[in-house]
Design a protein. Sequence first.
Length: 278
Amino acid sequence: MYRFARRPIWLVGHALAGGLLAVFLVAGFWQLSRHGEVRDRNAAAAERMSMRPLDADRFLKAVTDAGLTDSLEYRMVTLPVERLDWEDSVLIRNRSFDGQAGCHLAVPVAIASSDSAEPRGALVVAGWLHQAMCDDQPDARSRPYRTELDGAGHLEGRVRRSQQRGLLGPADPAEGRLASLARTDVERIDQQTALSLVPVYVELTGAATADGSAVLVGADATSDAATLRVLPPPELDAGPHLGYTIQWFSFAVIAAVGYTLVLRHQARKGESEQIADD
């Protein structure tokens, strides 16, 4: 009944169908693993953001240990400010906020530590700027929010890992002094700063003066393009991976059932033709 399936043309068909089925299954299991990774990352991020903020000494001690750097991401920190090096600030291009185009303002900050006589450096992403400000880079360092942050005695924020270029995406020049970059690459920014930066950066969430009074950064920023806007916390959603998993496994089921039905139909057709010949 299925002797036709041993013909060369059908053997090729078996190979193609089997290859497609394998691709669908591999893609499905890969998306399932990505879903698990995102779920675990979100759980870790939520747990770390709920933990007690690190002080400067604990933060600096942790970032000097390479094995602890990854586990610091999303931890909250409170850093005493020695100064903000606005002349070394950098704009991170192509960053959106509430559907609007803009950039991030990254500023090297000298932070005090009781374990060191000299201040240590950390890159702080102070917030988002409207595209009108990103296109006017010199003025971006002399707007009113600079005065507000210069009066801060402490900065609070989330620790984030330095961003690196993957296989795709724009590349920044390896040499020279850059006013803007495609990503928050701490190592690249460290090449052009007076401070020696730790290998992670901090997203600003709040600031306070030396006496504890809050510094309102980005408050009531609804229309002023020159206003710095504090970045929101990361969205801890599951992403599309579970949906893609179901999609790929559905393709696998359709391929397996569909090809089986094709073989069955061909077998019945051959059987009918044989009966007619008899």
